[in-house]
Design a protein around this ligand. Sequence first.
Ligand code: IVH
Length: 665
Amino acid sequence: MYKEERLAEAAALRGEIRHHEYLYYVLDAPEITDAEYDRFMVRLREIEAEFPEDVPEDSPTQRVGGRAAPDFTQVTHLTPLLSLGNIFSFDELKAFDERVRGGLPKGSRIDYVMEPKIDGLACSLIYENGKFVRAATRGDGSVGENVTANVRTIRSIPLVLTGDYPELLDVRGEVYMPRHAFMKLNEERAGKGEDEFANPRNAAAGSLRQLDPNVTAKRSLSFFAYFVGDGAREKHSESLAMLKSFGFKVSENYKVVSSIEEAWDYIENFSAKRTALSYDTDGAVIKVDAVYQQRILGATGKDPRWAIAFKYPPEQAETTLEDIDWRVGRTGVLTPTAVLTLVKLSGSTVSRATLHNVDFIRDKDIRIGDRVIINKAGEIIPEVLRVEKGRRTGEEKEVTVPSLCPECGWSVTRGNETAIRCTNPHCPALGREGLIHFASRDAMDIDGCGPAVITQLVDAGLICDAADLFSLNKEDLVKIERMGEKSAENLLSAIAKSRENELDRLLFALGIRHVGAKVARTLAMEFKSIKNLMEADEERLAAIRNIGDKIAESVVTWFSVPSNLDLIERLKTAGVKMDFTQSVTEVNSFYGKALVFTGTLPTLGRAEAQGMALAVGAKVSGSVSRKTDYVIAGEDAGSKLTKAGQLGVKIIDETEFLKIVRGGE
Ligand code: IVH
């Protein structure tokens, strides 16, 4: 009995952990703290250590150090992994469309699926009866390398599928490294004196070819599924939706279009959108939607005739650097920005580019008057890539680093760090930039309170710090230029609404050094109220996962400054919410509902499913009555299902159940 109970608990924990891994790694919307996640893992490991012979291969604990070591042996693909031809213009896109139409019966309706072209490396994943069994790189298209052990460590890849999966599934997609992970990895490597990777794609490839899966596991790789070999649906778009229902990460940016003009619109729109994504893309892919049409069209060599890749031109432009503008940010650091002669770059007109810091200017030997190449790779704000030194005329001027703050005239300091700082603790820029941050979208999200409005409010002497925002009134606001009655009212109601924000927004908004949006959420979830957080010492803070010494010290220091404590007090008096009340359970539609399970569910064990339901606050009962809210029915469901039908109780299947448990409804 004891063993049975422990094993049931382990099964429920696995369901729970899988669910949270899905939320975190696939949907990018975690609902629990890392600490809570760790507690689940610790508990599961404890039970598994007690009953090692009962640990299934697809347990979340088995991602690293699974049975097989990477061997990179050769694997023959079930069907070849095709490559894609490239095009670069609208004319070539039209020619592709004409070739497709020419290859199909006259007058056929043709839909295309448009997708981002992810810049990583292609992989095929094989699932047998819903379980991940093998992964292989593309190789030459027919034979690739077995990278199963390393791919297992990629946590956006499900080890067990959910929903109505086929017996055999061959999923193809791209293993990639998100930009932030790439930058972090390179920083670490630079710190250790190791060579940096040239781009996220190389970093992903290098990480996947590690002999030690522990190393791969630390590299934050991810995976987008974009194609089904064996197990495909009639339409490619349906296959994508199916992959999503199985628990894969599928790009949100795909679109079905029915003409080549619409395809071009997508390409143009995506060109602007893609720079803001958290991962690199190097083009857009256009695919014939209907699989029977794909079959008729076939392939030439390694490229299908039914799909092609549109490649975006490298996003670079040449212009003249006219001047350097030094601005003070909310932390008091002076940042140089290049003032450029207007130039077009990937669809927009650019007049400024970031120069990061003094070292950047020195390393690249940037001078005023230089011809410079700017690029927009990844970043929304362009940066100066290099100087065309061969085109210098001798008129160029060396950059002088300011010795006085451009904002308040106080002296600046430069310790042993790259940053130059204003020494005036009351520099007006600090207040203004801090307020801009406070009201910004990821912080307190006050609509209609952008940089221009904040600057006006500060200049008019209406606000000095964040707490002042909450005592603004209509009479004062309408005196401001271009602020009508209606906008004043809207602004006031947006400010009032922000009082109800959860604590994580406020913590981020305060602008505590090293406390970004994610750290703020971790802290809010962990401490639940600002009072608890203020009572925590460095040791307590640093014990939290993902909170390092630097953050811990910064938080404690911030809360020890009297003017900061005063600000908190005034915000509190102004009615700003100081705690975190959101909970996973309250936002789930199963919360407080009575559930009855009956029959055999296709993928979840009974204990696992019940564990998941309980975890989101549902009540699970053994028999159906009028009080039952949902019956979750699997195969061979008997009298309970009949009764539910008679009583008019809502009956759902496993797919629906998982959708709701995961907060999809
Ligand atoms: S489809 C027949 N879709 O681009 C299907 N490929 O240049 C062939 N890639 O080897 C692949 N994003 O590694 C497809 N949405 C996407 C893609 C994509 C990136 C890669 C893939 C392929 C290469 C061809």
